[in-house]
Design a protein around this ligand. Structure first.
Ligand SMILES: Nc1ncnc2c1ncn2[C@@H]1O[C@H](COP(=O)(O)OP(=O)(O)O)[C@@H](O)[C@H]1O
Ligand SMILES: [Mg+2]
Length: 248
């Protein structure tokens, strides 16, 4: 079976070697848990490895995304110029100077069919192998009933095009779920990022809840965000028992 390496230190060990090719993975977590950074690191590793990638931006301005990525040492401009990387702008709505110069713009980001058309065109042009959508939540925030069908539609298109994809899913700070009714059933994989407070200190951890096509770690692993991105500790486990947190 073919696997796609996330390139995130420690993460591929947890996944038994990487994400099975063509899987559509829901990356869910609360605010500030590292979802955006995880997705960008996954894409940048692909670029370094000769795998073209597309980032669908729904939450942040594409120009800001590039600035944020460069702060981790991920300079996408040369790949953009070579036609190996593109941002699908589903943020600006085509308004402003920046959007005028852009190639892949979704004029109405609430129109999922339009977004899928632009995404398909970008993936075909670039022969993209990796896709990140940040985030899918905004596609159905006001219409939770279509959450599952939206994810299914994206999955059909992305998997059909041969892409391995990460769909960022936002959950609230206290929510135990994965964001949106039924989306967790539509996805091939679920990685959940968490941020928990103990004794006045925040701790990061992640768990692979589901990954079609492979065995994976069933444990909750601590991770850090550094100025080079995410580092996961596959040999460490974060445990919470009777209100006591331990990392062993
Ligand atoms: N250079 C850095 N070093 C350490 N931590 C950072 C750095 N940059 C960002 N972070 C952490 O990453 C968090 C944002 O991660 P992000 O992926 O944007 O979260 P999400 O998309 O889940 O809301 C910040 O709240 C901060 O804690
Ligand atoms: Mg984010």
């Amino acid at each position: 079976m073919e696997r796609v390496k996330t390139g995130i230190p420690g993460m591929d060990e947890i996944l038994g070697g990487g994400v099975p090719k063509r899987n559509v993975v829901l990356l869910s977590g609360g605010p500030g848990t590292g979802k955006t950074i995880f997705g960008q690191q996954f894409l940048y590793h692909g670029l370094q490895n000769g795998e073209p990638g597309v980032l669908v931006a729904l939450e942040e301005h594409p120009a800001q995304i590039k600035i944020n990525m460069s702060q981790f040492g991920w300079d996408v401009r040369p790949y953009e110029e070579e036609g190996k990387f593109a941002i699908v702008d589903a943020f600006t709505g085509g308004i402003g100077e920046y959007a005028k110069r852009e190639r892949y713009v979704v004029r109405d980001p609430s129109d999922v069919a339009m977004l899928v058309d632009v995404l398909r065109e970008a993936v075909r042009d670039l022969k993209a192998e990796r896709v990140v959508i940040d985030s899918v939540t905004s596609l159905y925030l006001t219409r939770p009933v279509v959450a599952r069908s939206t994810v299914m539609q994206l999955k059909r298109v992305l998997s059909g095009l041969g892409c391995t994809s990460i769909l960022v899913s936002q959950v609230s700070v206290t929510e135990r779920g994965f964001g949106g009714p039924g989306v967790e059933h539509a996805a091939d994989g679920i990685i959940r990022l968490d941020l928990d407070e103990f004794n006045g200190q925040l701790y990061r951890s992640l768990i692979v809840w589901k990954m079609r096509g492979t065995a994976h770690s069933m444990r909750r692993h601590p991770f850090d965000i550094t100025d080079k991105g995410i580092v996961v500790y596959p040999d460490k486990v974060l445990r919470i028992q009777r209100g006591i947190m331990e990392i062993a």
